[in-house]
Design a binder for this molecule. Structure first.
Ligand code: FMN
Length: 324
């Protein structure tokens, strides 16, 4: 059976609502992301074909292998959503059991599924029956609330998902109540990884490539998924691959960050050239430049840019002449 690339030297791009769109995924692939996930997509939104949801499905031949992440609680909608995505050419799916945003959890979706394992299993079964064994992953947190530790109940859920034919699991080892607070519990990742036969991907506090390698060594996980680390610096993937070859990764200095930004702008202009893409770039650029002095001035100037031309002029002024 065809499998997605997983392994120590095959870092994935995590699903990132508002970020992991087509231009960003292509950018991360150019730097070495082995697999990318879409932003989370509402199964119900997809079935009712809202424009915003349809936009999330934009992809390209270069955008492979691609995992479509779905959220939802109702098996009927999840099954229909997978059917629609299969017709559109998608073959890999991920079920979100980790989102802690109130709007999602109120629907019983995301991490709320962890409060009722029968519902969680029914939701996963809906994806698996439509997509087939091995083609579905599940992204978990430790639970909704309570202690930040691997519980026997979560292990049991993970083993049931494995028996049902899940292709891989991902664990972000915090509870939903924690959001992004505290530290990711890598011991929980280690505890789950020894119990599973299928690939376990680690997520959580992987802000630099060095964190990814440390996490792999500490937890024995099959692979890592970069999230905030990739949002801040997409060269994290090439750095990760360099470290796997015992090479010293290049530090992302201003020249490298300028090249990253220009490439992201070019991809955004090519694949979603309207004003929404420009607005998105205005929020992304300050994240890339956050470590550079004068970033506040850059942020203000970027926010005032009303056209791509203006944006490029602002960037050139900041990176090439030191003023914006
Ligand atoms: C802006 C943002 C959007 C996210 N969107 C999603 C999402 O759509 N689906 C999902 O499963 N996780 C989502 N996550 C969680 C990440 O995939 C990841 O599990 C989490 O950030 C922990 O990894 P990190 O500490 O290395 O960033 C999001 C996180 C952030 C910061």
């Amino acid at each position: 059976m065809e499998k997605l690339p997983t392994g120590r030297d095959k870092p994935w791009l995590a699903p990132l609502a508002g970020y992991s769109d087509l231009p960003f995924r292509l950018l991360c692939r150019e730097y070495g992301a082995a697999v990318c996930e879409t932003e989370m997509i509402s199964a119900k939104g997809l079935v009712y074909a809202g424009r915003a949801t349809r936009d999330l499905l934009a992809t390209d031949v270069l955008d492979q292998p691609l995992v479509a992440q779905l959220f939802g609680a109702e098996p009927e909608f999840l099954r229909k959503a997978v059917d629609l995505l299969l017709k559109a050419g998608f073959i890999w799916f991920d079920l979100n059991m980790g989102c802690s945003v109130r709007k999602v959890m109120r629907q019983g979706a995301g991490a709320a599924l962890l409060a009722d394992h029968d519902k969680a299993i029914a939701a996963a079964m809906a994806l698996l029956s439509a997509a087939g064994r091995g083609r579905v992953g599940v992204k978990l947190r430790l639970g909704v609330q309570g202690e930040q530790a691997l519980t026997p109940a979560l292990c049991e859920l993970a083993l049931r998902l494995e028996d049902m034919g899940a292709g891989w699991l991902t664990l972000h080892p915090r509870t939903a109540r924690q959001g992004f607070g505290g530290q990711a519990d890598w011991d929980a990742l280690a505890g789950l990884s020894v119990r599973l036969s299928l690939p376990l991907l680690a997520s959580g506090d992987l802000l630099k490539a060095e964190d990814g390698l440390r996490c792999l060594d500490y937890t024995g996980a099959s692979g890592v998924m970069y999230a905030r680390g990739a949002m801040r610096d997409p060269t994290i993937f090439s750095a990760h691959r360099a470290l796997c070859r015992n090479m010293c990764p290049q530090q992302p200095d201003a020249d490298i960050l300028y090249a990253v930004i220009l490439r992201h702008v070019a991809l955004a202009r090519a694949f979603s050239p309207d004003m929404r893409a420009l607005r998105k770039m205005r929020s992304v650029i300050p994240l890339y430049a956050r470590s550079l002095s004068g970033v506040r001035v850059l942020r203000d100037a970027v926010c005032r840019s009303a056209t791509w031309r203006e944006l490029e002029d602002v960037l050139a002024a900041f990176f090439l002449t030191g003023k914006s």
